[in-house]
Design a protein around this ligand. Sequence first.
Ligand SMILES: Nc1ncnc2c1ncn2[C@@H]1O[C@H](COP(=O)(O)OP(=O)(O)OP(=O)(O)O)[C@@H](O)[C@H]1O
Length: 301
Amino acid sequence: MSLSIQQLTKYYGQQAALNNVSFELHAGEIAGFLGPNGAGKSTLMKIVTGYISADAGTVSVCGEKVTETGLETRRMIGYLPEHNPLYPDLYVKEYLQFVAGMYHLGKQSKSRVDEMIERTGLTGEYKKRIGQLSKGYRQRVGLAQALIHDPKVLILDEPTTGLDPNQLTEIRNLIIEVGKEKTVLFSTHIMQEVKAICKRVIIINNGKLVADSTEDSLLHEVDKDRFGALVEFAGVIVPDRLCSIPGVLRVDPIGKNTFQVTSTTDVRSDIFRLAVETNIPLLTLQQQAQSMEDVFKKLTN
Ligand SMILES: Nc1ncnc2c1ncn2[C@@H]1O[C@H](COP(=O)(O)OP(=O)(O)OP(=O)(O)O)[C@@H](O)[C@H]1O
């Protein structure tokens, strides 16, 4: 097991920022870590990386317990914090050399720095001071410092915040590439990112774990007895006619003669019959799959 989190609890004063959270990740697994603002994501990541301590519970990396003082276990972890702390006066290469020195990379330093500059797309920027870089390039420097010592576990707190669409794709591809051999836990508020990068999804809410599953399972498990259909008629229809179909819970108008129908069973054939009875042709009758946004809202609202 690469990363094992067992019954983690953390209080800030009276507030439980984390309440008995447990999950495990294997090597080669990329997990998206989701939760509303203030759910406890950064707190968990800070504990995993040894920046702060938990009030109860344990974190182990490759079988070794992480503590605030245990430097060897912390060497197995790469961390990109949410507010990527960098030294603006240092040049990119100088900063990465400094980080390589902190990890005592010795003779490997030069080649690792060069490799990281290339892998994180900093080749055109590495001669600049960090303070002169755009936000996206600062994120890349943060990723380069997180990867430089070749950690087994990578903890990325909102790694793609502030990136333009091109940079987003590049950094996502880098995370996918890195995740083939390492364990990656990354937090994000972007649901498409979860779809693009990982199969495993971990969601916390108010400090408690509310989901730990694959994206596919979550989409099926959560509210599996709710069906959604998009219906568009060619003429005016009274919404009450749709509401009277057995099993229909809600009819939301979303455009001219267009409705979002939520029901406990698949009511598409009833809607079709209604169109025939009322002699109003159907232009659209489409079953709608749940999105990760729906699942997220249901689990955290
Ligand atoms: N040092 C601290 N002292 C007191 N409360 C804190 C401290 N750090 C975090 N908190 C509180 O703990 C809760 C969890 O915060 P945390 O930063 O872990 O959430 P998050 O899920 O990362 O949120 P976001 O998505 O907004 O970054 C919040 O209510 C926050 O205000």
